[in-house]
Design a protein around this ligand. Structure first.
Ligand code: G6Q
Length: 553
């Protein structure tokens, strides 16, 4: 692996940056009437306007040169060839096979994985159909009305985000619930809203060892047995999604009620696998296949389009430009669509868990920045909250504006206001407002010269704040699939440039181990001599508190 900072394009970009950092996008637009058209790309129902970036065609040429020198084309090929690109775990990262809608085989070590992918998809479809059409009955012979998904992280966020996003396609009888937190409040509140006779629990865990998930699953089963009174009823109310057959069996779920996926599917890339079962239950097989088809279309584009017209590559390299050259430490996801309100949280995990690393694939430490902090919320709400900092604060945080062209609703006026706000924000972030413009505005409002002089500095916006605007034809399964795949690949491109493995998660593994020892101490074991004084004190306080009578909510 070549050292990133020694690559010719890296050096050329630094020299280019000494000029580029002083450009203002206002001037770039004024100087080049073709800019909006040149920096525009469409694929799979997604329209990307990337003209409001601090770039020229020369910047892009250099960034793409960097992508080539860092081996992006070879790494794309390696991913699609099923190579074990997740080197620390010796696994392929083959989520692209899960949504392969072509007739082409996709193999790992010569074994075509498509037959087993198809077979699980068929089982999921047969099961979902039965639940959706009311054929799958609970222990009191009633159809299912509520699905409770129990899982965390990659076994929660993807299905949750998609189910929320595609609510317009949801089955009218099926209420979807997601329990991830081991804080009992979430499970309790959910169980208060459902009835045992008509509830299906989907226990999702790749490893089937995750403490939070297994604790919630055990509690849910006790709650259920208490009501059903018969252990044989579990079979029609609990199904599992996992790659660990033995652990599912040990939990007491019949393997016939288990939907399998494989170690080459990373948790945060798993919504396309059986982990997407709640999605299929909610929106049905046809829509689920459309979701896969949208992602597949983006996969094909990523694999085949030249780098200059390759959406994930362009977004990835624009990110590199800001993170590594401008020093932007964060990136905002701002969907102007209520149904996409969990998208920022989903992309946050996808990006920060994939690229939040400092050791390169060959084991050396990086000497440059890697993943940005991803944050965000629905754009319209954010305007009334944290956009202030983005407009006038001291941080530069590029923003992705995301919306659907189709309004989905017949309520007059709402969508137009939403879109007008989004376009206006992107424009304001780009143009800003100069001191002269601020003065002119205040004068036009009738203020006297003294008041104008006093207030004008506060009304200045530097602008020059970069953003991408992504418009979906409509928020349907196909476009959403393409959108999610776009971000997955963007992140892979950046991980490749930084020379890191985007597919392991040692930080998550650490979290899974740490709590176990402390839990024993909380429950009465002698404190470990290695524990620091602060942690010992916290454990002692908590133990003392625990000994007092507790009030149940
Ligand atoms: C995702 C992460 C992590 C994982 C959860 C749940 O890429 O590895 O978020 O999905 O920790 O793990 P299990 O599915 O094994 O319960």
């Amino acid at each position: 692996m070549n050292r990133l900072t020694a690559l010719p394009a890296w050096k050329a970009l630094w020299s280019h940056f000494t000029r580029a950092r002083d450009w203002h996008m206002r001037n770039l637009f004024d100087e080049d009437p073709g800019r909006a058209g040149d920096f525009w790309l469409e694929h799979a129902g997604l329209h990307l306007d990337y003209s409001k970036n601090r770039i020229t065609t020369q910047t892009l040429t250099l960034l793409l040169q960097l992508a080539r020198e860092a081996g992006v084309p070879q790494r794309i090929a390696a991913m699609f060839a099923g190579e074990r690109i997740n080197t620390t775990e010796q696994r392929a990262a083959f989520h692209v096979a899960l949504r392969n809608r072509s007739a082409q085989p996709m193999a790992i070590d010569g074994e075509d994985v498509m037959p087993k992918v198809q077979s699980v998809l068929h089982r999921m479809a047969a099961f979902s159909d039965k639940v959706r059409n009311g054929e799958w009955l609970g222990y009191s012979r009633q159809p299912i009305t509520d699905i409770v998904n129990i899982g965390i992280g990659g076994s929660d966020l993807g299905s949750l985000m998609v189910c929320q996003a595609l609510r317009a396609h949801a089955h009218p009888r099926l209420n979807m619930h997601f329990v991830s937190n081991v804080d009992s409040s979430q499970l309790k509140e959910t169980l208060r809203r459902v009835h045992a006779e008509t509830t299906l629990f989907v226990i999702e865990s790749k490893t089937f060892t995750t403490q939070e998930t297994l604790t919630n699953a055990h509690t849910a089963r006790e709650w259920f047995l208490h009501r059903a009174g018969d252990a044989s009823a579990v079979a029609s109310h609990f199904v599992a999604v996992s790659s660990n057959l033995q652990a599912v069996r040990d939990f007491g779920i019949d393997p016939r009620n288990m939907f399998e996926f494989w170690d080459w599917v990373g948790g945060r890339f798993s919504l396309w696998s059986a982990i997407g079962l709640p999605i299929m239950l909610s929106i049905g097989e046809r829509n689920f296949l459309d979701l896969l088809a949208g992602a597949h279309s983006m996969d094909q584009h990523f694999r085949e389009a030249p780098l200059e017209r390759n959406m994930p590559v362009l977004l990835g390299m624009l990110g590199i430009w800001y993170i590594n050259f401008f020093g932007a430490g964060s990136h905002v996801i701002a969907p102007y669509d209520q149904f996409l309100h969990r998208l920022p949280a989903f992309i946050q995990q996808l990006d920060m868990e994939s690229n939040g690393k400092r050791t390169t694939r060959d084991g050396t430490l990086v000497d440059y920045e890697t993943a940005p902090i991803i944050w965000g919320d629905t754009g319209i709400n954010s305007q009334h909250a944290f956009f202030q900092l983005l407009h006038q604060g001291t941080h530069i945080s590029p923003i992705d504006f995301i919306a659907s062209l189709d309004s989905r609703s017949s309520l007059p006026g709402h969508h137009e206001i939403l879109m007008a706000n989004m376009f206006a924000q992107a424009e304001a972030f780009m143009r800003g407002r100069t001191l002269d413009e601020a003065r002119a505005e205040l004068l036009a409002q009738g203020l006297d010269a003294q008041a104008v002089a006093r207030l004008a500095p506060f009304k200045v916006f530097d602008g020059n704040r970069p953003s991408n605007t992504l418009l979906l034809d409509r928020l349907d399964p196909f476009c959403l699939g393409a959108l999610v795949a776009l971000y997955e690949h963007k992140i892979f491109v950046q991980g490749t440039v930084w020379g890191i493995n985007s597919f392991d998660q040692w930080g998550v593994e650490l979290g899974k181990k740490l709590a176990h020892g402390i839990l024993l101490e909380i429950e009465g074991a002698a404190p470990s001599a290695e524990r620091d004084a602060s942690t010992r004190q916290l454990i002692t306080l908590y133990r003392q508190h625990r000994e007092q009578p507790q009030k149940d909510d």
